[in-house]
Ligand binder design. Sequence first.
Ligand code: PLP
Length: 399
Amino acid sequence: MKPLASRLEQIIPSASMAIAQRISDKTDTGRKTIDLTWGQPDFDTFEHIKEAAFEAVRSGKNGYTNSSGIPELRQAISDFHASRYGAAYNPHAEIIVTPGVKQGLMYLIQAMVDPGDEVVLFEPCWLSYRDMILLNGGIPRFIPAGGSLKPDVSGIEDFINEKTKAILINNPINPSGYVFSRSELEFIAEVAEKHDLYVIADEIYDRIVFTGFTSLSVFQNLRERLVVANGFSKAYAMTGWRIGYLLGCERILSKVSLIHQHTATCAAAASQHAALAALKGDQRLIDEHVEIYRRRRDYLVEEFKESIFQIVPPDGTFYAMIKVPDFLRNVTNKSEYVLEHYGIATVDGLSYGQSARDYVRISFAAGMDKLEEAVRRFKKSDKSASVERLSFSEIKKPH
Ligand code: PLP
């Protein structure tokens, strides 16, 4: 048979899906696995949001919508973004509602990248970016992280050449929870301008922050070259509703709209009405959840202080990177080891780039009972570390 498209050859399956498979395998063996892989809130979508969707369905709002999204939702997104960040986007030409942020990002890369074009990204980063770029014939250029996985912002120009088309920045960062400072963003904006680059800003975790946050949309010099992707999955616990949006200038979004029209047509109508209710509803509900994430984060940071596993304290998101102790450095798959030996499911750091190879990612979108049990198991491993060091047969000799 003829081979499938060659662009699929470099694509790798999602690391979290692979570990999900391993977790279900694991439950047969007796000890209950603590699943800390979750990339979604551990609470349900708020009732008023669900009600808005039921109401939309019952009242017959079940057809295709305007491809860019129902006008009320685009207006609400524009108002919300302007009031939060002071950046105005015209709801008629500068906003597209998409079936999730993921799809919006795919559109952007498709719209900006020709085969052979390079896209610069900071490690560690969400690995779907890599595959989206490769699927469009582009080349991802990863900037290795510095100590404690800090993005090497000052080193960015070393990774830019005549083939570079765009910078893709995720702020706050999945997996490390790093939040870029205003001055770092200002520098990135200057670099983009100087080298005539597009900027894609994935700000999906902008609401889940424990510190100040600056949206790239505040930098006016980026107005014609920036598109911000954001959505409802994380802040409003709406991962299954598949709803997000893009904010950017008309020159770019009018082209992105062509891709959207010919692929999804529009985001699901009921999800758009639900998203409208999310933005119009009481935003203090989000703050309450962020407070819960903050408490869990503080608990983990405190507990890991005394451990041979080191946490990188996150300033945003509901993830944290845990550095494994030295005796595990030569284990190829750290998350596999943590699962096998401690019964804790994590995502392997390598999924987020070479810089994160000595780390595993945990999610604290999980109840305190699970986090406490995970901490207990990590701590127990501290005590047995010396025994493990002698007995672990999978440790490969460095080469
Ligand atoms: N961007 C980042 C950094 C993410 O972590 C995720 C989901 O895990 C997404 C985008 C996807 O968001 P959505 O559910 O809106 O497609």
